[in-house]
Design a protein around this ligand. Structure first.
Ligand code: GSH
Length: 332
């Protein structure tokens, strides 16, 4: 009897998903990204991906495989992204995806953190003369289907009693081309994506991004619900990047910081503690993230910050002790 029970327990354990061992045996991470949003996940002419969401994939690969370059990127339009995750086609999603209740509870997936606090905004042609939300009444609005943007705009116009004409496209490229071709005077999406799309316009001077937002769009990576170990790995990868910024550890000083007398830094860098073992990782997992990819602030500035083409201020995406919302639980 005992033997049977023990056998069953083993079977149950064996049938549990282990994304970590899959990723280790493939020796690369499959990361689901967008089809192309500059600053977030975007391929160059040689097919090399970069962006804030891409750096989250790279950070997970650094933590798990010790090598940030061991990532395969799968470009996913909004309508395919959740199936790609639940079917196992990708190991994680890191793709300007908003954390919502329905996505967290009905799709077999779970969000592992927030890497960009965003909100839905509107980009308008200057020739439309629109300067604020009340003037959107009656407008034709270009939107990408399968997004929270499509749902929020419907809520907003119902709530305000205004009218609009949705012009819905499947890909971001089509949405932008539709806007450029005059199918609509207004394009709505997350502000991050509007700033990104504006850099791709032939004449960026001819548009304005309105300052108001109509929603909360917390963007972050997501994993499948059936693998708590993997969930912890992705979640703590994001937290390690935020904690590293808070403790002043960055790509250029991380080696010197191994000599820091501060216990919190020693622990984070695996100098005299092993915070990796309980997640199935090596003791230097966070060191590898910081050395190869950087802390959150470095990743933000490089990809979307004020001196990047997108030009975002930190705003809500600043650390909690500098007036923003980024607050990572302690690494201990
Ligand atoms: N954050 C929103 C919108 C995300 C989204 O997919 N936005 C479009 C607007 S530009 C996009 O990224 N498209 C890129 C693509 O189709 O690959 C969501 O999670 O639904």
């Amino acid at each position: 009897m005992m033997g049977v029970l023990a056998g069953l327990t083993l079977l149950a354990a064996a049938s549990q998903a282990s994304t970590l061992s899959d990723v280790r045996s493939k020796n690369y991470l499959d990361c689901g990204v967008s089809t192309g949003i500059p600053g977030f996940s975007n391929p160059d002419a040689e097919g090399r991906w970069s962006g804030l969401d891409v750096d989250v994939c790279r950070a997970v690969a650094a933590a798990v495989l010790g090598d940030a370059s061991k990532v395969r990127y799968t470009p996913l339009p909004p309508s395919d992204r959740f199936n790609a995750l639940s079917s196992g086609e990708v190991d994680m999603l890191s793709r300007n995806t908003t954390w919502t209740h329905a996505r967290d509870t009905t799709l077999g997936m779970i969000f592992a953190g927030i890497v960009f606090y965003d909100g839905q905004g509107f980009m308008v042609t200057q020739s439309s003369g629109i300067t604020g939300l009340p003037e959107l009444d009656g407008a034709a609005i270009c939107i990408q289907g399968g997004t929270t943007s499509e749902l929020n705009v419907a809520d907003y116009f119902r709530e305000t009693g205004m009218n609009y004409q949705p012009v819905v496209f499947a890909t971001s490229d089509q949405t932008l081309r539709g806007f450029e071709a005059g199918r609509c005077n207004v394009l709505t999406s997350d502000l991050s994506q509007l700033y990104a799309q504006r850099t791709r316009l032939k004449n960026p001077q001819a548009v304005t991004i309105l300052s108001e937002v109509i929603s909360k769009e917390p963007l972050g990576p997501a994993v499948r619900q059936d693998d708590m170990q993997w969930y912890n790995i992705v979640k703590w990868t994001v937290y390690a990047m935020v904690n590293a910024e808070e403790y002043g550890v960055n790509q250029s000083n991380v080696d010197a910081m191994r000599e820091s007398p501060k216990p919190v830094i020693q622990r984070m860098l695996g100098v005299n503690a092993d915070t990796g073992r309980a997640m199935g990782l090596s003791a230097d997992w966070a060191y590898q993230i910081i050395r190869q990819v950087g802390n959150y602030g470095e990743v933000f500035e490089r990809n979307v910050g004020v001196s990047s083409p997108l030009g975002f201020e930190r705003g809500l995406n600043q650390l909690w002790n500098k007036g923003g919302l980024l607050y990572a639980p302690p690494l201990r």
